[in-house]
Design a protein around this ligand. Structure first.
Ligand code: HEM
Length: 443
């Protein structure tokens, strides 16, 4: 089985350069004709998975739509009704289920999130500033003379040269290997059916993943759950300082909460001390499982971030199967880094924008967020939530096996707050052509 790389938007399959410069640009559609003209102009510039790897390419652009955006483009009612409920309702409407409550509630989200504030999103990535600006200029040209599409917001993101996210962890190490993507899986990389991440292919349930309306519209498309999450770096650092007397102890607490040392080295392979050399070795840095080796979480706590969001083989004696809830992640930081060692907040907004790619937003992103991030029942942890980003109104403690006795950290503050969320549809290149060419009311 091979994937139709020339028809798949590049961000689904391709890893970004590290470091990189990116922008999310959001538009509102006030007139379908203008939006289709913009789309027609943009299509030749949209980067497919086949284009991505071209040697001289150093900037990439992809495009996605909210459900309201497709409606405003003129997609017929029966087709719109056939989309999954999560996408139809939009992420703000799902907030109670997803745990976006209190300071994470949609009322507190940044514009243009929530309330159908945006309809089309451009994702621009480049290995240089100039590359990004060139693509943004191209996006601006596509809008020229079109009164019916308006720029709503732009957020610059990127992976800084340190390759660390704001809390100081190396990210982007573990990812599924998609059947048909080419090459061989790395040790520990689960081989996953393409239908988990792309419409038009068989999924892990042995079913063909499809979309509504004609195949020309949905083939090679997928959904992305976008999460904009504010990170309170000072709160995180202060909590670590209070949790252990010396920096070695503090690093251990950080690692226990994440499941990897801040270098990215997995606790599963190096439980007692960090081993940065291991991170550099792609044959080893993800080569671990939990069931046989660490069922009760002596090394990697069952409630830590990475074991929650991907329990690997660790749920074998339960009804759940991790392979049905996989996510492809594209994460990037926004806002300036808090200077190293600062423990006072400097008032700058900062955080992470996650693009979580999935062909079934209910079974994948929403399941992971509601059952695994924001609940602990699946690993007998009661109402305990993810120590890094879980909601704290259910439980605010985190516990892990330690010597001589189990360690329990109480009073975890909110290290994060959701500032935006959106389910978007990322069509294949053929699907974009279909959208640009259809007449309102076309089949
Ligand atoms: C403040 C927000 C977040 C931060 C700082 C964060 C950070 C990290 C880090 C440092 C890793 C380990 C690196 C790696 O394994 O590649 C990781 C892994 C992962 N994260 Fe997050 N994350 C955040 C939110 C989320 C959310 C909301 C989800 C999904 C609901 C998620 C899903 C994952 C998954 C699936 C993995 C891979 C785990 C594995 O395969 O072992 N993360 N995250």
């Amino acid at each position: 089985m091979t994937l139709e790389l020339q028809d798949i938007q590049g961000t689904v399959l391709n890893n970004r350069p590290m470091p990189y410069f990116g922008s999310y640009v959001a538009f509102r559609i006030n007139d379908a004709g203008s939006a289709r003209t913009m789309l027609e102009r943009l299509i030749p510039h949209i980067t497919s998975a086949a284009d991505w790897a071209r040697p001289r390419e150093n900037a990439w652009i992809n495009i996605a739509f909210t459900w309201e955006g497709l409606r405003r483009l003129g997609v017929r009612e029966e087709i719109l009704d056939g989309f999954p409920i999560e996408f139809r309702q939009g992420m703000a409407a799902r907030s109670a289920f997803l745990g976006d409550v209190g300071r994470s509630a949609p009322e507190a989200w940044d514009f243009p999130h929530g309330n159908n504030g945006f309809h089309v999103g451009l994702m621009v990535m480049a290995s240089t500033h100039e590359g990004r600006d060139e693509k943004l200029a191209m996006g601006r040209r596509a809008l020229e003379g079109l009164a019916g599409v308006e720029l709503a917001a732009r957020l610059d993101v990127g992976v800084p040269p340190t390759l660390r996210e704001h809390f100081g962890f190396a990210d982007g190490i573990s990812r599924p290997f998609i059947e048909g993507q080419g090459g061989e899986p790395l040790p520990g990389q689960a081989l996953t059916k393409a239908g988990e991440f792309l419409l038009g292919y068989e999924n892990e349930l042995g079913q063909l993943a499809t979309g509504p309306g004609p195949e020309a519209f949905w083939r090679n498309g997928t959904y992305i759950a976008i999460r904009k999450i504010h990170q309170d770096v000072a709160a995180f650092r202060n909590f670590l300082r209070m949790s252990a007397a010396d920096s070695a102890g503090q690093e251990k607490v950080a690692a226990k909460m994440m499941g990897r040392w801040r270098s990215g080295c997995p606790l599963a392979l190096s439980p007692d001390a960090d081993n940065p050399a291991l991170v550099a070795d792609a044959q080893r840095n993800n080569d671990f499982a939990y069931f046989e080796d660490d069922r009760i979480g002596r090394k990697t706590p069952v409630g830590c971030h990475i074991r929650r969001v991907n329990p690997r083989d660790g749920l074998q004696d339960t009804m759940a199967e991790a392979r049905l809830h996989r996510l492809l992640r594209r994460g990037a930081a926004y806002g300036p880094m808090l200077p190293e060692d600062a423990v006072e907040d400097d008032g700058h907004d900062r955080g992470i924008v996650l693009a979580l790619i999935n062909a079934n937003p209910g079974r994948q992103f929403e399941f992971v967020q509601s059952q695994w991030v924001n609940d602990g029942d699946f690993v007998s942890e009661g109402r305990r939530t993810d120590p890094i980003l879980g909601r704290r109104d259910r439980a605010d403690d985190f516990a892990y096996p330690d010597k001589p006795i189990r360690r329990r950290l109480a009073g975890l503050p909110d290290f994060t707050a959701t500032r935006g969320g959106e389910h978007v549809f990322l069509p294949g290149i053929g699907g974009l052509r279909w959208l640009a060419g259809m007449q309102a009311g076309d089949p």
